[in-house]
Write a protein that binds this ligand. Structure first.
Ligand SMILES: *[C@@H]1O[C@H](CO)[C@@H](O)[C@H](O)[C@H]1NC(C)=O
Ligand SMILES: *[C@@H]1O[C@H](CO)[C@@H](O)[C@H](O)[C@H]1NC(C)=O
Ligand SMILES: *[C@@H]1O[C@H](CO)[C@@H](O)[C@H](O)[C@H]1NC(C)=O
Ligand SMILES: *[C@@H]1O[C@H](CO)[C@@H](O)[C@H](O)[C@H]1NC(C)=O
Ligand SMILES: *[C@@H]1O[C@H](CO)[C@@H](O)[C@H](O)[C@H]1NC(C)=O
Ligand SMILES: *[C@@H]1O[C@H](CO)[C@@H](O)[C@H](O)[C@H]1NC(C)=O
Length: 451
């Protein structure tokens, strides 16, 4: 029924649609709108539990949060309501749980949804099969793929039910053999629980791992205990691709000259066997693919693939080209996004203008200045006298005031003192010292001696 129908339409439909008198256990004369059959049939095997879930509540588009309603399940053959009291069935929300299924449980089950003024019904079909003894699993199988030589996972298709039960434990089987936890015989296999998902991890997959895997959940729900199984037909992929790794770009900052052309390669390695088309590379800017931005200035070239020579895998590359870098291209992220079944990594780079380099010339200048200064000081200290002399010679005018430089004599003669009665000997050397500077007043006392 259409949720947008108004009340009169609904009443009309109530009387025009095929009306039904419900079974003996229901209120006499109760009229329920027949919604036909559930499209999905439920398969089970003897010994398992089966769950029939009604779509009536979802279909009729009421606001079930504000309108009170009751769900009941009936066995149409006996007309009896199925409930917890029977010890074999349980109604929880929209689902009828049937425990310890036998072949006799196969058939139709009727779900009735009652609202204060309305009533709807729908029939669900349960098909029961024997377990195939050769396959040790259920006749209906999910298909999952293991990747040759890699580590792969099988996902037990019971996660919807795992969330609903009170307590559970999982047992995996490969063909008919139970996979024993922590058994060296089964060392490549391990049980993994993750977010209400029960996984079987298979390491270093070989072609022999192609088999039927069955996961069996033993559980309790409101005090009743039961068991459900699902079987997976696992195929082993010989051609495969694993998780891609972006080698370039590396979330870096790259300097580019304004007005110059620029290009950056996105390089991705995908470990793989026999497959060159493992992933798609796409350059993204401001959350848009470059290809969608119609620009002649910035564009990406088509993707290229190359089988790797050094290790098993494929190199994929795609370059991003700027014919001419403009101001608006700076300081934004250019991201290379990889899409593949095994993961979607990405990496980006940012362009920055090359700044004119002041540091180098400034450094050179400073070092030169320091060197010149040091050399001058050293030279001055070593050749102080020579410099002064040569300066005087070169600029005699600057030294007109030599008389008043505080020195009284430019030279004096020193001789050894002798006793008054002693006559100085001819051979006694007389020291002659050229006094150029610095004798000052101290030399006063030598005046007489010179005279
Ligand atoms: C649902 O069931 C309860 C208890 O049996 C009853 O009181 C209530 O009226 C029912 N509601 C409707 C909408 O039938
Ligand atoms: C399951 O059982 C139904 C009838 O009970 C039968 O028609 C069907 O072929 C069986 N399916 C398998 C896979 O055995
Ligand atoms: C679940 O199992 C554990 C031990 O196996 C038990 O202690 C616990 O009470 C059980 N819980 C429920 C809700 O049955
Ligand atoms: C189903 O069968 C098992 C073993 O035969 C038993 O332990 C269990 O209590 C049964 N469950 C119900 C709900 O009857
Ligand atoms: C493939 O790799 C070879 C050598 O490693 C190189 O010369 C060639 O250009 C590559 N081709 C492509 C399409 O990347
Ligand atoms: C660019 O990417 C980095 C991380 O790779 C992020 O921290 C930064 O905010 C991004 N900048 C812009 C402008 O989106």
């Amino acid at each position: 029924m259409n949720p947008s129908m108004d009340w009169s339409q609904r009443l009309q439909l109530l009387f025009l649609s095929h009306l039904c008198l419900t079974g003996s256990s229901k209120a006499a004369g109760e009229l329920c709108v027949d919604n036909g059959r559930e499209t999905e049939q439920v398969f089970s095997v003897s010994g398992d539990a089966a769950m029939l879930t009604s779509t009536l509540v979802d279909l009729n588009g009421f606001n079930y949060r504000s309108i009170p309603y009751n769900i009941s399940w009936y066995d149409p053959r006996t007309g009896t309501e199925l409930s917890r009291e029977k010890g074999k069935t349980l109604v929880r929300g929209k689902t009828l749980w049937i425990f310890n299924i036998t072949m006799e449980d196969a058939g139709d089950y009727e779900c009735v949804v009652r609202l204060p003024t309305e009533c709807y019904k729908k029939v669900a079909l349960l098909i029961v099969n024997h377990t195939n003894p050769e396959e040790c699993g259920r006749p209906e199988k999910a298909q999952q793929v293991l990747t040759n030589t890699a580590t792969s996972f099988l996902n037990c298709p019971l996660s919807d039910h795992i969330r609903e039960v009170d307590n559970y434990s999982i047992q995996w089987y490969k063909d008919c053999e139970p996979i024993v936890k922590d058994d060296p015989l089964w060392n490549r296999f391990s049980y993994v629980s993750h977010n209400a998902m029960e996984l079987l991890q298979v390491e270093v997959v070989t072609l022999e791992d192609h088999a039927f895997y069955t996961c069996t959940m033993t559980f309790t729900l409101e005090g009743l205990s039961g068991r459900i199984s699902e079987t997976i037909n696992s195929l082993v992929n010989v051609e495969y691709c694993l998780e891609p790794k972006v080698v370039e770009p590396a979330n870096e900052i790259i300097k580019a000259d304004l007005g110059s052309s620029f290009s950056k390669m996105c390089r991705v390695f995908v470990p793989s066997v026999g497959n060159k088309h493992c992933a798609n590379l796409n350059w993204i800017v401001r959350e848009n693919s470059i290809s969608k931005i119609v620009s002649e200035r910035i564009f990406q070239e088509s993707q290229r693939g190359n089988l790797s020579e050094e290790k098993e895998g494929v190199w994929l590359e795609r370059s991003l080209k700027f014919l001419m870098v403009e101001e608006e291209d700076f300081y934004i992220n250019y991201t290379c996004k990889v899409s593949s079944d095994r993961g979607s990594p990405s990496a980006s780079f940012t362009l920055q203008p090359t700044d004119p380099n002041y540091l180098f010339p400034i450094g050179v200048l400073l070092i030169t200045l320091v060197l010149v200064f040091t050399v001058s000081i050293v030279v001055y200290h070593h050749f102080k006298i020579n410099i002064m002399l040569s300066l005087r010679r070169m600029f005699p005018l600057l030294h007109t005031n030599t008389d008043s430089d505080g020195k009284l004599y430019d030279a004096y003669v020193a001789y050894p003192r002798v006793q008054k009665d002693e006559v100085p000997r001819e051979d006694q050397p007389v020291e002659l010292v050229m006094g150029l500077m610095g004798f000052g007043e101290d030399s006063d006392r030598h005046k007489e001696e010179i005279c």
